[in-house]
Design a protein around this ligand. Structure first.
Ligand code: FDA
Length: 391
């Protein structure tokens, strides 16, 4: 069977590409259903893009690579598509756009767009071997226990990264890229919780506070969540993409609180109040109990010297923590690194040295922040490749 284009992976990027790359398109996926990560994303409501998406929200060996695709298919283009399909949406926080209803609406929309463009979808289909002649790719795939020989002029790698192997994530795109001489940059679990060896936050499990997490490379002001394994929540997931083993992170538990002024004022008017009681007005009581074991917090407000208060504030605004690791690909939302962008055209996503081979989405070394940015990259890169193939 001969197709113009075969797309490996019916995820966000693959379906978007299929909707734009013209006729005689086959999308192949080994999963039972397309877009499984879309389905579970955003707590079932899919944070499908971000109003503020721009190149600065992405990590890559080449920070300029994503610019062209993001500019040619923007968050507003995707919002427009969502609106044309009558999918109601809202901004939740920090520009993050979610479906009002269900992420399944986004999958249905992409399937409808694919169908309109004449794309065919084969699920539960596995690639068995692949090679290239001068002007076409040839492969054998297995579907329903039967082998099929396929050929195509354009092959699009859209099988994503390694995160959540339980959902069928594999390194197939990396393997094929390497087969054709493309380089893979170091891959790491990203947007992932930090772990600590001693279960030290077990008693705080479930406590969430607004915090500022900082290391030498980045700083994020978002929620911090204590878990029985360690630290999670948006601030932690964001910083995890910039973290390396053995590095400490600084946690500011009072990023926007003029706590010194508040405590001084209370010391004047309510000096007999216990310091811990006053602190529990600003931070969760369980956290204060925990911190009270590490930072001196005994006595009444009137007992506290200015030096003691300043010392307390300093400890709360720069709590140094040394994660032992992360939860890894088991729970990571994305994979950092991937197919080296040096080998790809930033306009078309085509391999510079292998005409007809394209790589899009998470498989490429472009990783977004938490907040809808990774889907935006899938839409933008999928569109870029699709339009280039359609010609
Ligand atoms: P994607 O992973 O979507 O698709 C790859 C496809 O390839 C899958 O269908 C898979 O079955 C298939 N495949 C893999 N190996 C194969 C093989 N060997 N043979 C055949 N098929 C194969 N992002 C965001 O912007 N907003 C959000 O709300 C979320 N939420 C979120 C929650 C959770 C729990 C996770 C794990 C991730 C997110 N993300 C996210 C990240 C987002 O899901 C991710 O970046 C995109 O889905 C990447 O799109 P791709 O199309 O590149 O890969």
């Amino acid at each position: 069977m001969t197709f113009d284009t075969i797309i490996l992976g019916a995820g966000a990027a693959g379906m978007m590409c299929a909707a734009h790359c013209g006729r005689r398109v086959l999308v192949i996926d080994h999963a039972k259903a397309p877009g499984e990560k879309i389905r579970i994303s955003g707590g079932g409501r899919c944070n499908f893009t971000n109003m503020h998406a721009g190149p600065e929200n992405f990590l890559s060996g080449n920070p300029h690579f994503c610019k062209s695709a993001l500019a040619r298919y923007t968050q507003w283009d995707f919002v427009d598509l969502v609106q044309r399909h009558d999918i109601a949406w809202h901004e939740k926080t920090l520009g993050q756009l979610f479906c009002d209803g269900s992420s399944k609406q986004i999958i249905a929309m992409l399937l409808a767009e694919m169908e309109r463009a004449g794309g065919e979808l084969w699920l539960q289909t596995s690639l068995r071997n692949l090679n290239k002649t001068d002007n076409e790719f040839r492969m054998e795939v297995e579907r329903d226990g039967q082998r099929h020989s396929l050929s195509c002029r354009n092959l699009v790698l859209a099988t994503g990264g390694k995160s959540i192997p339980k959902m069928g994530a594999t390194g197939l795109a990396y393997d094929i890229a390497q087969q054709f001489g493309l380089e893979i940059t170091e891959t790491r679990a990203a947007l992932v919780p930090f772990t600590f060896p001693d279960g030290r936050f077990r008693d705080l499990s479930g406590v969430s506070v607004p915090a500022r997490l900082t290391n030498a490379r980045a700083s994020f002001d978002e929620a911090l969540l204590f878990t029985h394994r360690g630290l999670s929540g948006p601030a932690v997931l964001q910083l995890s993409s910039y973290w390396r083993e053995g590095e400490a992170v600084s946690v500011n538990l009072i990023p926007d609180l003029p706590l010194l002024d508040l405590l001084r004022a209370q010391r004047q008017t309510a000096g007999r109040k216990a310091l811990k009681t006053e602190m529990a007005r600003h931070l969760p009581a369980r956290l204060i109990d925990y911190l009270g074991q590490q930072v001196p917090m005994a006595g009444n407000l009137a007992d506290q010297s200015d030096t003691a208060l300043k010392d307390l504030i300093a400890r709360l605004s720069d709590w140094q923590l040394l994660p032992s690791g992360t939860e890894g690909y088991r729970t990571a939302e994305v994979t950092l690194g991937g197919i080296n962008t040096d080998g790809l055209s930033s306009k078309t996503m085509e391999a510079k040295e292998v005409p007809g081979l394209y790589a899009i989405g998470e498989a490429v070394d472009v990783t977004g922040w938490l907040g809808g940015y990774n889907f935006q990259w899938a839409w933008s890169s999928g569109y870029a490749a699709g339009k280039a193939i359609a010609g």
